[in-house]
Design a protein around this ligand. Structure first.
Ligand SMILES: NC(=O)c1ccc[n+]([C@@H]2O[C@H](COP(=O)([O-])OP(=O)(O)OC[C@H]3O[C@@H](n4cnc5c(N)ncnc54)[C@H](OP(=O)(O)O)[C@@H]3O)[C@@H](O)[C@H]2O)c1
Length: 292
């Protein structure tokens, strides 16, 4: 199949492009500033900004399937709004897919997204999902928890905001997540591209363990032979701190990141079974950090 991966040179995208090439597909990656150095040589690149329909439309021509991965990380504040990239960008991608008769549209969403979402990321991605549901395309929607793997943000982000031995975390780092390895995610995304059985389905994907933020930090430091004791900071205090720095453009955090930190990112019903996987088949975060 001819597959277009929007955001194909990002973290998930580069792993997905490699997976699709391995499965024999012709793959093109679309992003604003393509970086072929992170992609297999077989992958072609196109440049375009999902916020401008005319800049992306041509890349959809002759495409059998689109995997829409374009992202703006919720972990940091940006000058561009989540709404522009996720909500308007998805509208443009859906319109371009429709205009060019694309058969399959795989939408990468995220756990906890909803049009009434409390953070700008969950809200914008919720609207994006809704746009896909309203379309006549053969869509498949994926809603993973946090994803880890080579090139991902979870581990560097945790290292940036914690220290080994003793670290302070809002609420003692209690909000849960269910980290899933990027290799497991992209194999399921590829099946979403290839297998008609998945059309018009939404899948929540979580890894084999529900972990708190503190558990994630402990696993990272333990792999290096370092211990970690977590000192709880009241969430109200952390929220106040982030609200105060919100207007400072030099600080990439604000109110929105405080809300994001409180979110439960564990999945309610893990849909990995729809791809013939069981929790025991998936790579754990502990195994990944020990191998790196
Ligand atoms: N990483 C996670 O833990 C996680 C968890 C759940 C869901 N997801 C979802 O998975 C998808 C991929 O995430 P990721 O972590 O791989 O993101 P990422 O590493 O930040 O990659 C983002 C990609 O989108 C491109 N992009 C950004 N803005 C664009 C725009 N306006 N027009 C065109 N391309 C644009 C980027 O390239 P340029 O900057 O060059 O344009 C890059 O290729 C996203 O939908 C995200 O919401 C991720």
């Amino acid at each position: 199949m001819d597959v277009l991966v929007t955001g194909g040179d990002g973290f998930v995208g580069r792993h997905l492009c490699a997976e699709l090439v391995d499965r024999g597909h012709d793959v093109e990656s679309l992003s604003r500033t393509p970086d072929p150095s992170v992609l297999p040589a077989e992958v072609t690149t196109a440049s375009g900004d999902v916020r401008e329909f005319s800049s992306i439309e041509g890349a959809f021509e002759g495409t059998d399937a689109v995997v829409h991965l374009v992202a703006l990380s919720p972990l940091y504040q940006h000058r561009i709004s989540q709404e522009e990239v996720h909500a308007e960008g998805t509208e443009n991608a859906v319109e371009a897919a429709d205009a060019h008769g694309v058969e399959r549209f795989v939408q990468m969403s995220s756990i906890g997204t909803h049009p009434d979402g409390r953070t700008s990321y969950t809200h914008a991605k919720g609207i994006a999902e809704w746009t896909v549901y309203q379309s006549d395309l053969d869509w498949v929607v994926f809603r993973p928890s946090m994803i880890f793997g080579d090139g991902g943000e979870l581990i560097p982000f945790t290292e940036r905001f914690t220290t080994p031995y003793v670290t302070a975390l809002p609420e003692g780092g209690r909000p849960p997540m269910q980290p899933i390895w990027v290799g497991d995610v992209v194999s399921m995304l590829a099946e979403g591209v290839e297998d008609d059985a998945h059309v018009r389905s939404t899948y929540e994907l979580g890894g084999p363990e529900v972990l708190t933020v503190a558990d994630v930090a402990r696993k990272i430091y333990r792999a290096r032979g370092q211990s970690l004791r977590v000192l709880p900071v009241p969430m109200a205090l952390a929220t106040l701190g982030l609200t105060l720095v919100d207007p400072l453009s030099v600080v990439p955090f604000g109110r929105d990141q405080a809300r994001q930190m409180k979110m439960n990112l564990a999945v309610e019903g893990n849909d990995i079974g729809a791809f013939g996987r069981e929790a025991a088949d998936l790579r754990t975060l502990g195994a990944y950090v020990r191998s790196n």
